[in-house]
Design a protein around this ligand. Sequence first.
Ligand code: FAD
Length: 318
Amino acid sequence: MKVTEYFKKAEGNTLISFEVLPPLKGGSMKSIFDALDPLMEFKPPFIDVTYHREDFIYRKKSTGYYEKAAIRKRPGTIGICASIMHRYGVDAVPHLICGGFTKEDTENALIDLNFLNIQNVLALRGDARKIEGQFIAEEGGNDYAIDLVTQIAEMNKGKYLDDDIETGEKTDFCIGIAGYPEKHFEAPNLEFDLKWLKAKVDAGAHYIVTQMFFDNSKYFKFVKDCRAAGIDVPIVPGLKPITKKHQLTTLPRIFHLDLPSDLVKEVENATTPKAKEQVGIEWCIQQSKELKEGGAPCLHYYTMGDSKTFRKIVEAVY
Ligand code: FAD
């Protein structure tokens, strides 16, 4: 079933969804099942699986020179989605990115998804490779998420890249996209970012999942700004608790977000790692409760495989 159909069926109740990432290459599905088994009693209608582009690494050769090698550390997104659907009977939402894909690769991946009866896709641009500093699309690939959304929307109309296909099967993907309550870090300002967010929706996206945030007023303002800009699709807040002190600096650096002073103070003042974790969990519980009361269609938890923490949060909220 489509993610947006779940929202409609929920009739205003706030759903819950989890996001997992594929294991490092060489790992097994067991790690995914171990992470999800303890969370399934909360009945998430869908589970997202992230996509990880290859990155370059430098290997030192016996001559002393370095060779550049492309490595994908976390392959397997589509297979994991199929496995999740098979084991739990819930929908899985693969993330699909522009980076590393030609348009033909994208089309082939979408054909696989369609044949597997995976009806939902989160369409993203992806980040820059670490050594490149800025996002560089594959030659013949999509430059921005809007181009990927457009390609999926075209397939939903039965239009494939090959012009000779005149009556191709119409796929029926429900398309999710990313939104940034604190603005995407490359956008010069929020208005610019909202303009392209609206363009993604106009191109065929059906719902938005936000980057994590720790101050709910930013989400509520973002929703208001989106509505004022004519964006009328569901906007799902993405949530993750702080569980370790180092995240006070790593999360802002990686995800380009602000942490509220009260949260920072409370984490710093807590005297043990366990107490710091408890502060982060409590904060996330309070955020979740307020977002639920504020009418969020779904709470989307970035679990990163940490089922123990998320059980505590969800048990307190639902
Ligand atoms: P876009 O919508 O393409 O926007 C990128 C930037 O370009 C923005 O600043 C925007 O304002 C601007 N822009 C957009 N369109 C245009 C245009 N046509 N012309 C000029 N400027 C434009 N990354 C992964 O690699 N794998 C994942 O699984 C993954 N999952 C994610 C899930 C969520 C919910 C979120 C919020 C992010 C996720 N990301 C993931 C990270 C994401 O790929 C990065 O944030 C990336 O930098 C931007 O992706 P986007 O889809 O928002 O890009």
